[in-house]
Ligand binder design. Structure first.
Ligand code: HEC
Length: 153
């Protein structure tokens, strides 16, 4: 076997082997009673935006895209889900202290305003998660209202 063939076979073999290392799925299959939606009851349009653009990484239930079944892209997605949930888990939001709620809502607002969330590396593949300017405005104004109502408590 010549060198080139050996390298190609080696890479192919490695690719096949890594397919067996699948991260656990982030799916409880249950609607959380601690979710931000249950707590604040946003209008349907806001719920829709948050589900479509944020929940795949910031909740306990991810709707997995096809590429999650192909490594290493599944690992990459898993990493973002774990990091994202650590920062804000919208399915556990009701359990946060008032102070944490407020700081997370403010942070959500600035992330959306600055276009940092949803992650660009994600919307590149998930066009339906991109926020239009109108959706950004809608989401920010809802976040503002929610922040105000917490401030008045
Ligand atoms: C592809 C996964 C993914 C999606 C989709 C996503 N996030 Fe994130 N989010 C992350 C990750 C990963 C982090 C951790 C920080 C980082 O790596 O930038 C994060 C961090 C955050 C933080 C904390 C930032 C800080 O430093 O305080 C907020 C707030 C946030 N995201 C809000 C949102 C909102 C709102 C949406 C929807 C509009 C959203 N995210 C969509 C993955 C995601």
């Amino acid at each position: 076997m010549n060198r080139r063939k050996a390298i190609i076979l080696g890479v192919l073999g490695a690719f096949i082997i890594i397919q067996f290392f699948r991260p656990d799925r982030n799916q409880t299959g249950q609607v959380s009673d601690q979710s931000m939606m249950r707590l604040y009851h946003p209008p349907d349009s806001i719920t829709h935006i948050i589900k479509q653009s944020c929940m795949n990484c910031h909740s306990n239930n991810t709707e997995y895209p096809w590429y999650a079944d192909v490594q290493p892209s599944g690992w990459w997605l898993d990493y973002h889900i774990r990091k994202g949930k650590e920062e804000v888990n919208l399915d556990e939001f009701a359990g946060y202290s008032d102070r944490r709620k407020l700081s997370k809502l403010r942070s959500m607002k600035s992330q959306v305003r600055d276009g940092d969330m949803p992650l660009r590396s994600y919307t590149w593949m998930h066009k339906d998660a991109r926020l239009s300017d109108a959706q950004k405005t809608q989401l920010i104004s809802w976040l503002d209202k929610t922040i105000d109502s917490l401030n008045q408590q």
